[in-house]
Design a binder for this molecule. Structure first.
Ligand code: ATP
Length: 336
């Protein structure tokens, strides 16, 4: 029995969450879903975007599913608080093409591993006489552990190359630390007995270009916070946009899984949101829980629905509602 904290959030968050739970419930796995609050509606009801009970529940569960929240400027970010409190230092963003989804490339399958706890997003900014500065914090420890995550993910996914992306020719000290840590970890994995693991590196500007021109060269990419943020949205753009993109936030003992899209207030309440990003995030959760067989089954069911093209949401060129698409996935699961 897995204890799963479920945070539907705002806007389309609850709609795509309902769809994901609907398909998860069809699997032969026992889940105990515990719903918790966060986000803007929660702020209006409780005075905080992220109550302590929610943080506690998420910390004490086997995994957390997060829908989407509307972040109002000036309010505390629920997701950043959760990532910090739960020690979720790695952000995993698969870049994968799916059939029936209009995308620039139809056969991509690589993973971006983004360091999620420091870098230019450390939140240390100062006003100066001339303007302002932001501190880019890169530690050896965080660089080593994110490199470890990247190589471990490569092994899990059957990939044979990890590419470090940095700008060590300009950011000599900070990315110098990141680069050195990467190569030390890489040595361990590439020199393991019978290892066919390979490692290489690219400057971030070159990586951004290759992602457009020659993305098949990538298997697993590992990079610092800001670069990862930008490159992973570039990755989503290569394979069909935000509605399809899942993400995993993982730490040593915990994982939180969320679609990349936001709360989409423009379509919220009309039941037309694409549930695929949330369902794919649930698949990442199943992989994290080592339920690989069920993860595969659910992915195949979603693939079939996408391929058949009969129950697709508006953004995918269809007319189905969120729940009609989810029902179609569940039907296929029930048949299998
Ligand atoms: P937020 O302020 O919560 O980030 P946003 O609207 O600024 O919300 P997104 O929620 O990421 O940002 O949405 C960007 C655009 O993509 C919107 O037009 C939205 O309707 C569309 N979109 C996002 N997610 C989906 C989805 N799951 N299905 C269909 N369209 C989506």
């Amino acid at each position: 029995m897995y204890k799963i904290t479920v945070i539907p959030g705002d806007g389309i968050g609850p709609e795509v969450m309902e769809a994901a739970l609907h398909v998860l419930e069809a699997l032969p796995i026992e889940f105990e879903f515990q719903e918790s609050r966060a986000g803007n509606a929660c702020f209006h009801e409780t005075g905080t975007t992220i109550p302590d009970e929610t943080i506690k529940a998420a910390k004490n569960s086997d995994a957390t599913l997060f829908g989407a929240v509307t972040t109002v400027p000036g309010q505390k970010s629920a997701i950043i608080t959760l990532r910090k409190e739960m020690g979720l230092y790695a952000n995993l963003r698969p870049v994968k093409s799916y059939p029936g989804v209009n995308s620039i490339y139809s056969d991509l399958d690589f993973l971006i591993v983004r360091e999620n706890s420091e870098g230019l997003y450390s939140g240390i900014e100062n006003e100066t006489e001339e303007g302002a500065t932001a501190l880019r914090v890169i530690t050896r420890k965080a660089s080593e552990r994110i490199s470890e995550v990247a190589f471990n993910q490569a092994l899990k996914l059957g990939k044979t190359k990890v590419t470090a992306v940095h700008k060590a020719n300009v950011l000599k000290k900070t990315d110098g630390v990141f680069r050195q840590a990467f190569w030390e970890v890489a040595q361990k994995y590439t020199e393991m007995d019978a290892s066919d693991m390979d490692a290489d590196e690219l400057y971030v500007d070159a990586a951004a270009m290759f992602m457009v021109q020659d993305p098949h060269r990538f298997q697993v990419m590992v990079t610092t916070n800001l670069f990862g943020d930008i490159l992973s949205d570039e990755g989503a753009g290569l394979v069909g946009g935000l509605g399809m993109a899942p993400s995993a936030n993982i730490g040593d003992n915990n994982g939180l899984f969320e679609p990349v899209h936001g709360s989409a207030p423009d379509i919220a309440g009309s039941g037309v949101a694409n549930p695929a990003g949330m369902i794919l995030s649930a698949i990442l959760m199943l992989q994290f829980l080592e339920e690989h067989q069920e993860a595969f089954k659910l992915e195949q069911a979603l693939l079939k629905v996408l391929k058949q093209g009969k129950y697709l949401t508006v953004d995918l060129g269809g007319t189905a509602t969120t729940m009609e698409m989810a029902h179609a996935v569940r039907e296929i699961l029930n048949e299998s």
